[in-house]
Write a protein that binds this ligand. Sequence first.
Ligand code: NAP
Length: 489
Amino acid sequence: MSGTDTHSQEIRIIVIGAGMAGILTGIRLQQYGYHNYVIYEKSDRLGGTWRENTYPGLACDVPAHLYTYSFEPNPEWSSTFARGPEIQAYFERVAQKYHIIERIRFNEEIPYCAFEDGRWKVRTSTGREDEADVIIAATGVLHHPKIAELPGMDTFEGASFHSARWDHSVELEGKRVGVVGTGSTAIQITTALVDKVAHFDLFQRTAQWVMPIEDRPYTEEERAGFRADTRKVDALRTEIDRDFQGFANGVIDSDSPEMKAIEDACSANLDDNVRDPVLREKLRPNYRAGCKRLIFSSNFYDKIQHPNADVVTSGIRAVEPRGIRTEDGELHELDVLVLATGFQADAFIRPTTVLGRNGVNLDQVWADHPIAYLSISIPEFPNFFMLNGPNGPVGNFSLIQIAESQVSYVLQLIGQIRAGACREISASAKATADFEEARSAAAKKSIWATGCNSWYLDKHGVPASWPWTPSRFFEEMASPHLELFDQVG
Ligand code: NAP
């Protein structure tokens, strides 16, 4: 893990983004003796997703002990599924502990980077110019809000905002609140708000399958047990991980027995827990469970049956000054309108301008859809690596586990430069094309391609995700096939 030889001291690395993956990268770079690095962060705080999302009910539906760095277990998680502020505090604590904070340049966005004369030239939003041998883009997946374009939106007289831009100055108590969308975000908001507001309307375009989970606080005794012996945390992680692998193995084969079990659990959840048959049928999706990213919730069906709540299934005709008019002619009066309408899932590092060798523009390379070899490296973009990049495992995985394995893979690629084997390294065009062909063929057999619309699908309707088993992913990440990379210099 050391290797502070002269050459590695000279390798300069720019990390973009101080979220979960950027902090992790900083820690690993230090551990591997790469001290000449900087992390640029566009905001004044670290935390990525957990900084940007502050909506009521924000939680991570990956179990807390799995959504944790492997090297930094957290015996203090307060419940089986951690809440947003607790996760944000965890990342801040880890960044302090590993002295990453000192390496972050806050309030400096990177709108431009170009590979010129064998180095990456970077311009930041403050006008600073910087240079590096290597860029690691830790810019997140679901980052740029997708604001639904509802006719008449600008006429609304109440407060309105996207779920990732929550306006905490708006009082909710005693108000009529409407939420557009039924993704994981909207469902979490629903469970938090229904019984705290005067009235709650959930504007549902598409019903969702809901997988029941056991979400409960850890007792002080359990936490003391984790504190006293972190092997207990490890054992719990292993157990949760096994369950997740079973789930992940199921979704890639729509005919698998695991998939059948997931579908049965979701159907039973709906049938057993929604009493009113009319509401039950409103909430019943007309596609297979798992086709859209599953909702994990212990109490959504309970909360949505509150007398305060309505599920509005008539389409939205327009927003008016006093609320939302639906296609059936009804006006749903609202004081607060929340757009939980998701994110631009294919943005990745964009809108940053990224120019590779000979000025090739990433926007052009990705004009059809984003592609990268193993979601990490792009031909003709030497020494430019992405974490949680295009077509990688997303969905119901712990993105921390994914990022950890990707960082160790990227460190092996940078190791080629450190060892003097080359100065520039990027996946070959053939390896990338072969990978993408195999990936998209396999993705078409997954549950995500069984006839629903979701942010997993690219514009051709092909799931933009890792379509094989998690073990295959981790095997691929164990060591790069260097013969599939162009190495120059
Ligand atoms: P999402 O899953 O993309 O859901 C967006 C919702 O908005 C959908 O219900 C969509 O309807 C609806 N919508 C979009 N445009 C609309 C329009 N013009 N009119 C009416 N409805 C419209 O977004 P999200 O809920 O923010 O979740 C995105 C992802 O973030 C999740 O899948 C998950 O990966 C991640 N997430 C994770 C957690 C966690 O706990 N780990 C929590 C929240 C989010 P249609 O379905 O009809 O398109």
